[in-house]
Ligand binder design. Structure first.
Ligand code: ZN
Length: 121
């Protein structure tokens, strides 16, 4: 495999950095007081159930006015937890390996990196 030809470009797959979700702009009507509202909601929101802003009763989706794709919101707590896990694995592995094994792995990695550099230039 040559330098710039990565797996995504060979398969014609668009690399996706942030997850994307469809967002709907909808007209809803309250099942009790019949108040009509326009709201934005996720595409997987139930068509009946969102509470009415006036009386709190369930509303029904009457129509979808528009639909757009937005970058999905990350849960900041989950992201922080994932980061904690990421910062634990490396040091734990380093502590578990012997000095010789660590040196052998680092040396093999350096050899690979420099082999790739030479091919590219
Ligand atoms: Zn209502």
């Amino acid at each position: 495999m040559r330098g710039s030809a990565n797996l995504c470009s060979m398969l014609a797959v668009r690399p996706r950095k942030t997850p994307r979700t469809p967002l709907l702009r909808v007209r809803r009507q309250c099942l009790v007081c019949e108040a009509r509202t326009i709201a934005e909601e996720d595409a997987d929101t139930f068509s009946i159930g969102e509470p009415c802003p006036h009386c709190g009763a369930p509303t029904e989706r009457l129509e979808i006015l528009s639909r757009r794709i937005v970058a999905a919101q990350r849960n900041p707590s989950a992201a922080a937890l994932g980061r904690l896990g990421g910062l634990k694995g490396g040091p734990a592995r380093a502590a578990a390996l012997s000095a010789e094994r660590r040196r052998a792995i680092a040396s093999a990695a350096a050899r690979k990196r420099w082999a790739r550099r030479r091919k590219e230039s």
